[in-house]
Design a protein. Structure first.
Length: 259
């Protein structure tokens, strides 16, 4: 991850001063320290709620990609315009595979669960990967507004890898309280996925389809995929709320049978 981050920083900013590249690469220098702390202090266990190494990696990689894409809007195809896109494509799959390897302690998660996580992360990465095709469209790659929108949804999708929702957390207190619903890791995981990837991707793909008539087999496939996942996620949220309400009613009847 550290090596790929350095390559991304220097590959996507060939026009920038070397000092700026080193500034972008500074967070990557902290990665070995974070790795040692994870191994020594947490004994290889996953950090709670957020993954520091992914944060450091994204802080180093995202700004150079933005700068490079905006440079390409201004000096279109003066140099190899695929550099920034290639770097961001690699980042999606690298983080997806890395998060699978970092997911939870070996004693707390089975090989089957790790495989399921890997499949899920690969699916998310493939969805992000298809988004890069819009950067190559002749009608879009010189449109700064569209490029900004695409970079924004790409950034939001990458941010979801920061959060750790790979294992249920036992929350103290009354399990039927509203607070228990708010801290439910299943709820946070699906809401995070909806807000950071599927909903924005659905909106952008639908807009580009209607506004610019961009139609391809992959774009239509992922448009349908985002639509179905959005519906399924909303249904899952509704199911979790219904389960919580049933549990709350059962808890009330248990403690107040006369009611």
């Amino acid at each position: 991850m550290m090596l790929h981050g350095v390559l991304c920083v220097f590959q996507t900013n060939p026009f920038q001063k070397s000092s700026l590249n080193f500034v972008f690469a500074l967070p990557l220098a902290v990665l070995p320290v974070e790795g040692v702390m994870t191994w020594k202090v947490l004994r290889g266990k996953e950090w709670k709620w957020v993954c520091p190494c992914v944060i450091l990696y994204l802080v180093a990689v995202i700004p150079p990609v933005w700068i490079a894409e905006f440079d390409l809007v201004i000096i279109y195809r003066v140099l190899n315009g695929s550099e920034a896109t290639d770097a961001s494509e690699d980042a999606a799959f690298l983080i997806g595979h890395g998060r699978r390897n970092l997911s939870a302690h070996p004693e707390k998660i089975s090989k089957e669960q790790k495989s399921a996580l890997l499949i899920g992360y690969i699916g998310m990465s493939a969805d992000i990967l298809e988004l890069y095709e819009y950067f190559k469209d002749d009608r879009l790659k010189t449109n700064q507004t569209i490029i900004t929108i695409l970079l924004s949804v790409w950034t939001s999708a990458m941010l979801q890898f920061v959060f750790v929702f790979t294992a249920r957390r036992v929350v103290g207190g009354n399990p039927s309280s509203f607070g228990s619903l708010l801290v439910n890791t299943d709820m946070w995981a699906i809401v995070c996925n909806l807000l950071l990837q599927d909903a924005p991707f659905l909106a952008v793909r639908f807009y580009l389809l209607v506004k610019y008539a961009i139609v391809s087999e992959t774009s239509v496939f992922f448009l349908v995929k985002n639509s179905l996942l959005t519906v399924l996620i909303l249904h899952r949220i509704h199911s979790l709320i219904v389960e919580w309400r049933i549990e709350r009613c059962q808890n009330r009847q248990l403690h107040h049978p006369e009611a």
